[in-house]
Design a protein around this ligand. Structure first.
Ligand SMILES: Cc1ncc(COP(=O)(O)O)c(C=O)c1O
Length: 398
């Protein structure tokens, strides 16, 4: 029997990030030595004091359904952190805890968007934004951020992209994949446009604590009018090395949170109880662990960018946040391998590179063909070794 799949599946593509990670895993399983710069997760372990909180919670019976919106101690901690970071005065009724920030975004789009609605997605973008917007039946309108302007949005181009169907703009600063961090002046201009045009801002702050020599500016802090229109997405995955615990959250207007709560209540219910207790500990506990990991990422970032820029034909800007380098590899497109295999695009190039032992993610998955993304959330030894292999593999193209 042939299964007829829902037509909504034809609106989305599989994640290229996961495809490269899978290819690397397959080659590794076949015995090949692979260095992966593909994954979007810290290589650190979750700090011990967070694991301990989870262990204790389990002993004390945190094994029942939690409230759909999240356990009170976590929602209180989220309010405290949000109010400190964004200069707001949010209350627990404005918070919904979900199974990771990805799940928060998914609930958000389902609660917010109707067919025909448009969401502006600056490109390069995190692979899942356009697909999730499409799954909700709406249209993702990609707005190119220019590499020669540090991948910053152009306010005039933003204004021109807004139509009467535009519901929201997605902001992701620091950005996955570019590491770009938006400065105060640009954010003020963006905020003024969004207030004037009366559209929402979805601020995905998942990398906000991983910044190097730049300032994190919250768009919600730029005045009451933009604060009213800002929906904050955040979580513990990246800053606390807690990707597998699956805890993220949304902070927004009460009526939106109620709508999202209804969707979550009819689908996944509350996020894992023990993981919520661990996430609360991450937010309430000592923040020294975040600073330690940030410093380590910073050292790796500098080394990776230095090594990339030493390769002939590669240009890499200095990322100011997150844990990704996003170099321009376009000078290799059109070249051939010694065996005559053509590098017709960045996907062919990434496929060749993983076969040479180095996994990177092609930029076209992020709406930016010709570039590749390398995660520096790997050890310094792997960075040194992998970049050496990369240099050799690229030098073999002609
Ligand atoms: C920009 C961005 N937003 C959200 C997420 C989702 O994070 P979580 O692990 O909390 O679902 C990711 C994960 O890669 C990301 O890069």
């Amino acid at each position: 029997m042939t299964i007829r799949l829902a037509s909504r599946l034809s609106r989305i593509k599989p994640s290229i990030t996961l495809a490269v990670t899978q290819k690397a895993a397959d080659l590794r399983a076949a015995g090949k030595d692979i260095i992966s710069f593909g994954a979007g997760e810290p290589d650190f372990e979750t700090p011990d004091h967070i694991k301990d909180a989870a262990r204790k919670a389990l002993v004390h019976g945190a094994s029942k359904y939690p409230a759909v919106a999240g356990i009170p101690i976590l929602r209180d901690a989220i309010c405290k952190v949000t109010n400190e970071v964004h200069g707001l005065d949010v209350k627990p009724a404005q918070v919904l805890v979900s199974s990771g920030a990805k799940h928060s975004l998914f609930n958000l789009f389902l609660a917010l968007l109707d067919p025909g609605d448009e969401v502006i997605v600056p490109a390069p973008y995190w692979v899942s934004y356009p697909e999730m917007v499409r799954l909700a039946g709406a249209e993702a309108v990609c707005l190119k951020a220019h590499a020669d302007k540090g991948f910053a949005l152009d306010p005039a181009e933003l204004r021109a992209a807004i139509t009467d169907k535009t519901r929201a703009l997605i902001l992701n600063s620091p950005s996955n994949p570019t590491g770009a961090v938006y400065d105060r002046k640009l954010l003020q201009e963006v905020a003024d446009i969004c207030v004037e045009k009366d559209i929402l801002v979805i601020s995905d702050d998942i990398y906000r604590q991983l910044i190097y020599g730049a300032e994190y500016v919250s768009i919600a802090s730029l005045g009451p009018e933009i604060a009213k229109r800002t929906i904050l997405i955040d979580g513990v995955s990246k800053a606390y090395a807690m990707t597998g615990w699956r805890i993220g959250w949304t902070v927004g207007p009460v009526e939106l949170i109620k709508g999202m709560n209804m969707i979550q209540g009819q689908s996944t219910t509350g996020a894992t109880h023990i993981a919520q207790i661990a996430a609360a500990q991450a937010l309430i506990g000592d923040q020294g662990c975040v600073e330690e990991m940030r410093k380590s990422f910073d050292a790796r970032r500098k080394r990776m960018v230095e090594l990339l820029n030493q390769i002939d034909g590669v240009q890499c800007q200095e990322p100011k946040g997150a844990f990704y380098a996003f170099p321009d590899f376009s000078s290799f497109i059109g070249k051939k391998t010694p065996s005559g295999q053509s590098m017709s695009d960045d996907v062919a190039l990434a496929t060749y590179l993983v076969e040479q032992g180095v996994a990177v993610v092609p930029g076209s998955g992020f709406g930016c063909p010709g570039f590749v993304r390398l995660s520096y959330a790997s050890s310094m030894e792997e960075i040194e070794k992998g970049l050496g292999w990369l240099k050799t593999a690229l030098a073999a193209l002609s």
